[in-house]
Design a protein around this ligand. Structure first.
Ligand code: DGL
Length: 268
């Protein structure tokens, strides 16, 4: 087995938020083996210093590529992708990657008011990658970058326990809503893969209706397009199980239940 014909698609996130991408990928990529890797020992990525996180990611991906030989890696994490996707492609040139970056281009195409907010982790809003996307695709819009300290953790709580402090979610989301010169924000980009799990709460608490852009389906579709043009060994269905691996080695029972619900057996 070599890197081109490896064993499945590896989905990567700092936690369980990347399951929002897996949910769409299950529909678009049936018949593929899925591996889910959560770097929960380092969660949340949002507050990490860039140099230290980049170093961690380069080392970790090297280990994952050696261990699983995935035919593709989907980095289901904006915070990791905006920092490391270019470096990862350089360091591991034989490994196909799909990254997840803020959906600024579709937001700029869709907005009518010209006021767009990007809701993301503090790491993603600081990145040069994100600034470049705005300059390239949204120079005619007013883009407000909202870095949320707590929303990824709130989403994890909600996913695990089924409830969340709604006032805390509302406080994190409030800066997305801007009124200026008779215009209002009409698009909020969900630029963290954890956030789609909270979108119904956000919608309920929004001061006015907006379009919430969730790029999970677009990421899964990008993976499908890429797989369609990649050389591939014939699948041997059912040979290897879909597994979820947590870097802490110790997912709690709620995390275990959750990933099982997405079709994964938990390994360590
Ligand atoms: N799910 C990750 C993202 O898309 C970030 C969560 C974290 O702060 O670790 O950005």
């Amino acid at each position: 087995m070599n890197a081109m014909t490896g064993s499945g698609i590896l989905f990567f996130d700092s936690g369980i938020g990347g399951l929002s991408v897996v949910k769409e990928a299950r529909i678009l990529l049936p018949g593929h083996r899925f591996i889910y890797f959560a770097d929960d020992a380092a969660f949340p990525y949002g507050g990490w210093e860039e140099g230290a996180l980049l170093e961690r990611l380069i080392g970790l991906f090297g280990t994952l590529i050696d261990r699983y030989r995935p035919e593709m890696i989907v980095i289901a994490c904006n915070t990791a992708s905006t920092l490391a996707i270019d470096a990862l492609r350089k360091v591991y040139p034989a490994q196909p990657f799909v990254g997840t970056v803020p959906a600024i281009k579709p937001a700029a195409e869709r907005t009518r008011s010209g006021l767009v907010s990007v809701l993301a982790t503090p790491g993603t809003v600081k990145r040069q990658y994100t600034r470049d996307l705005i300059e390239k695709y949204a120079s005619r819009c007013h883009v407000r970058l909202v870095g949320s300290e707590n929303l990824a953790a709130l989403a994890e709580t909600y996913m695990r326990e089924g409830f969340v402090d709604e006032a805390a979610v509302a406080a994190e989301v409030a800066p997305c809503f801007v009124e200026s010169g008779g215009r209002r924000t009409d698009i909020v980009v969900l630029a963290c893969t954890h956030y789609p799990f909270l979108v119904n709460r956000m919608r309920k608490m929004a001061p006015w209706p907006v379009d919430w852009i969730d790029s999970s389906e677009a990421i899964a579709r990008r993976a499908l397009d890429l797989l369609n043009v990649m050389p591939r060994a014939p699948e041997e269905p059912g040979e290897l199980p879909d597994i979820a691996v947590f870097s802490s080695g110790a997912p709690d029972p709620a995390q275990t239940r959750l990933v099982r619900g997405f079709g994964f057996s938990v390994i360590g």
